[in-house]
Design a protein around this ligand. Structure first.
Ligand SMILES: [Zn+2]
Length: 269
C-alpha cells in the first residue's frame, strides 16, 4: 500500500476502534495510562505539581491518573467528537521497516511526535487560557504514554498489531490488546498497586536524550517491535512470551513516567 493510503486505512481503523470501544482498550488501556500518570505525579517538583493541580482544578478534574485516558474517550463525549476525530492520528506513528523517523518534524506532523510538539507548546504558554492549557496537559500525559507503547510506533502494516490475531490464555485476541493491557493484567495488580510496585524499583536508567526526544521515544518503541520474536511464533502468546515481554512493557511504563515528570517539570516551572 502507498504510505498515504496506509495512513488513511489506519486512521479509519483507529476511528472505528475509538467509536466502538467506549472506555476500553486504546494504547496501554486505562491501566497503563494511569500507571504512567501516577509514576510521573510522584516525581513532580513542587512548582510543577502546584501548576498541574491548579490546571486540573480549573478544569474540574481531580488527579493526573484520572485524566490520563481522556483523549481516548473524546469521540464518545458530547461536543468533543470533532476534537476526537481531529486528534485521532496523533496517538501513534507509522514507521518504515528500518524504524527511522522520516515524517516531517514540528507541530504540524500528523502523528504522535507532532501531537507532543503541539500540546507541550500550548501547555508551556502562559498567555493561553487555563482551559486551553488544561486540555493540552491531558493530551501530553496521554501521548507520552502512547509513544512508549511499542505498538503505537511500529513498522508493520497491521494497524499497530490490531490486525495480528493471537491466542492468549486459550482465547482469541490481537497483539495490540495483549500489549495494551492483557499482559499487565496477568499480574492481578490494580493500577495503583502496580504503580507502587514499579515505583519501588527506583529510577530507570534512561538513554541520553537526543535532539528530538519524541522521535527518540518513538524509535525506541519501533525497535522493540522489530525484535525477533516480538511477533510470537505460531500467533501464540505463551508463558515464555510474557516472561520476556512483560518486563519490557513495565520498563516502558517506568520510562514514560520518568520522562513525563521531567517534561512537566521543565514545561511548568
Ligand atoms: Zn491513545
Amino acid at each position: 500500500m502507498k504510505p498515504v493510503q496506509k495512513r488513511r486505512t489506519i486512521a479509519a481503523l483507529v476511528a472505528l476502534a475509538l467509536t466502538a470501544s467506549a472506555g476500553t482498550v486504546q494504547a496501554w488501556g486505562d491501566i497503563g495510562h494511569r500507571i504512567v500518570a501516577e509514576l510521573a505525579w510522584r516525581q513532580l517538583d513542587p512548582a510543577a505539581r502546584a501548576e498541574v493541580q491548579r490546571l486540573l482544578k480549573a478544569d474540574g478534574d481531580d488527579s493526573l491518573p484520572d485524566i490520563a485516558s481522556w483523549p481516548d474517550k473524546l469521540r464518545d463525549m458530547p461536543g468533543k467528537e470533532d476534537l476526537g476525530k481531529a486528534t485521532g492520528p496523533l496517538h501513534y506513528v507509522n514507521f518504515p521497516s528500518n524504524c527511522r523517523y522520516d515524517a516531517p518534524g514540528g507541530a504540524d506532523a500528523r502523528n504522535v511526535v507532532g501531537g507532543l510538539e503541539k500540546y507541550v507548546a500550548i501547555l508551556g504558554d502562559r498567555h493561553k487560557s487555563d482551559a486551553e492549557r488544561a486540555e493540552a496537559l491531558k493530551f501530553v500525559v496521554h501521548f507520552v504514554g502512547d509513544v512508549h507503547q511499542p505498538l503505537h510506533a511500529g513498522n508493520r502494516d497491521d494497524k499497530g498489531g490490531n490486525d495480528y490475531q493471537v491466542q492468549f490464555d486459550g482465547k482469541g485476541t490481537n497483539l495490540h490488546r495483549v500489549w495494551d493491557s492483557q499482559m499487565l493484567y496477568t499480574t492481578g495488580l490494580k493500577w495503583d498497586a502496580y504503580a507502587d510496585k514499579l515505583a519501588a524499583e527506583g529510577p530507570v536508567k534512561l538513554p541520553r536524550t537526543q535532539a528530538n526526544p519524541y522521535v527518540q521515544w518513538a524509535e525506541e518503541s519501533c525497535s522493540i517491535v522489530a525484535r525477533p520474536g516480538f511477533y510470537p511464533n505460531g500467533h501464540s502468546i505463551d508463558g515464555a512470551y510474557v516472561a520476556t515481554y512483560l518486563p519490557v512493557a513495565e520498563t516502558r511504563l517506568r520510562e514514560a513516567g520518568e520522562r513525563l515528570a521531567d517534561l512537566l517539570n521543565k514545561t511548568l516551572d
